[in-house]
Design a protein around this ligand. Structure first.
Ligand code: NJP
Length: 224
């Protein structure tokens, strides 16, 4: 059955790969990110019947609300929301880290993700839908002084709390925890890392499970 996915962080990396995998599987996608040009290119690639670009900064609550409205106006419903936008792995700890970077990571990885999940709930209640949150292997490790890692520990704990809240509405929650993935998240290529398509494949696996099956957490790591 065709589903409608609302994907943040869809202009590149894991979000764009998930959009491609979803459309290939016969689903429709609403695509959010700030880079309008990249979203428009992806819509051209995926087809206007299947994909809808919603350029916005996810830290802007009103813009996010409008994006949900526009997605439902366009596709009638939302079956899955992928709160995936995120950034910030500098490898630096708290002493060496940059304060503006701390603020951006907290704004996007924590605040915007939380608002995305909150705004998703009424739509997912209607469809008994599926909420995905992108966490990280960094939430299954201790990285000295890492604020980025700590934002992903938030995602891990928050996903568990959401599962406890949303289960009674038959909304499934999946926390996606990739190891290193070769995406624009890093300035340089990572040849031994996962490819974004690998993570997209894991997301699609969880999405396509029958309603009786919950996949609370995905851990997907490179072999090396
Ligand atoms: O990275 P990238 P990934 N408003 O840079 C968007 C996590 N993760 O796919 O706005 C709206 O290709 C940005 O779009 P734009 C990671 O923490 C990764 O690897 O146009 N959108 C782009 O589409 C993150 O949560 C690795 O710049 C905003 C997207 O976010 C998720 O995977 C490992 C935005 C980032 O895509 C996707 O990252 C891991 C804003 N304010 C977890 N700010 C890894 N790559 O190794 C950013 O464990 N975006």
């Amino acid at each position: 059955m065709s589903k409608v996915l609302f994907i943040t962080g869809a202009s590149s990396g894991i979000g764009a790969a998930t959009a491609r995998a979803a459309v290939k599987a016969g689903h429709k996608v609403a695509l959010l990110a700030r880079s309008e040009d990249k979203l428009n290119k992806l819509v051209d690639e995926l087809g206007e019947d299947n994909a809808f670009a919603l350029p916005c900064d996810v830290t802007d609550v009103e813009a996010l609300e409008s994006a949900f409205d526009a997605a439902v106006t366009r596709f009638d419903q939302i079956d899955a929301v992928f709160a995936n936008a995120g950034l910030g792995a500098t490898g630096k700890g708290t002493e060496e880290g940059d304060i503006d970077n701390f603020r951006t990571m907290i704004d996007v990885n924590i605040f915007a993700l939380t608002v995305t999940c909150k705004l998703a709930i009424p739509y997912l209640k209607e469809t008994k839908g599926h909420l995905f949150l992108t966490g990280s292997r960094a939430a299954h490790a201790t990285l000295p002084g890492s604020v980025y890692g700590a934002t992903k520990w938030f995602v891990r704990g928050y996903a568990e709390n959401l599962m406890a809240e949303l289960g009674e509405h038959d909304i499934r929650v999946t926390n996606v925890n990739p190891g290193m993935v070769d995406t624009p998240f890093f300035d340089e290529e990572k040849p031994d890392a996962l490819r974004p398509e690998d993570v997209a494949g894991a997301v699609m696996f969880a999405l396509e499970q029958p309603a009786r099956v919950s996949v609370p957490s995905i851990q997907i790591y490179p072999m090396r």
